[in-house]
Design a protein around this ligand. Structure first.
Ligand code: SME
Length: 159
């Protein structure tokens, strides 16, 4: 039983608390699916104004849905398609203020308006992506990006 309650007033503290909690949650557990599932739950509970958080895994060059919180989502996304596919293809973080203006955006939940996707890379291999959606426009700023990238670094070692 884990009881994490992260209630920081500023983003820097929020993300450093979140990174510490995530490190604790995955410590010593070799099962990647279990770690992704707990990570999705922790982020879902901790970040305000989000409506989806979860993983797409790189399975033979295609993104396949992994553990998540939120509404049921599209299962398979080709590299290069939508925000997740762009992150997978370029291995660059995609931080999108208005997903409706993003070419090829895949609307899994019509409530989503902004999104951040972080590629998860270990030893030069793309393992998958961490995707977070928000109903607010421009929900994710540079501080969020730094914080989510840090979570991605922890996860790339744990999945
Ligand atoms: N909107 C994403 C698809 C995944 S869902 O948001 C869960 C995209 O365009 O890649």
């Amino acid at each position: 039983m884990y009881d994490y309650k992260i209630e920081a007033t500023d983003k820097a503290t929020l993300y450093s608390d979140l990174a510490l909690a995530l490190e604790g949650l995955v410590a010593g557990e070799p099962d990647g699916i279990a770690n992704m599932a707990n990570a999705a739950a922790l982020i879902w509970e901790s970040l305000p104004d989000i409506n989806w958080v979860g993983f797409y895994r790189n399975i033979d060059g295609e993104l396949v849905l992994g553990p998540f919180q939120g509404r049921p989502a599209c299962i398979r996304i080709p590299f290069g398609t939508g925000v997740c596919g762009a992150a997978a293809q370029t291995r660059q973080v995609q931080r999108v203020d208005d997903v409706h203006a993003f070419p090829g955006h895949i609307a899994c939940d019509s409530a989503s308006n902004s999104e951040i996707v972080v590629p998860l890379v270990r030893d030069g291999e793309l393992l998958g992506v961490l995707d977070i959606d928000s109903p607010k426009h421009a929900r994710f700023d540079a501080e969020d990006e730094a914080g989510v990238v840090r979570l991605g670094e922890i996860l790339a070692k744990a999945i």
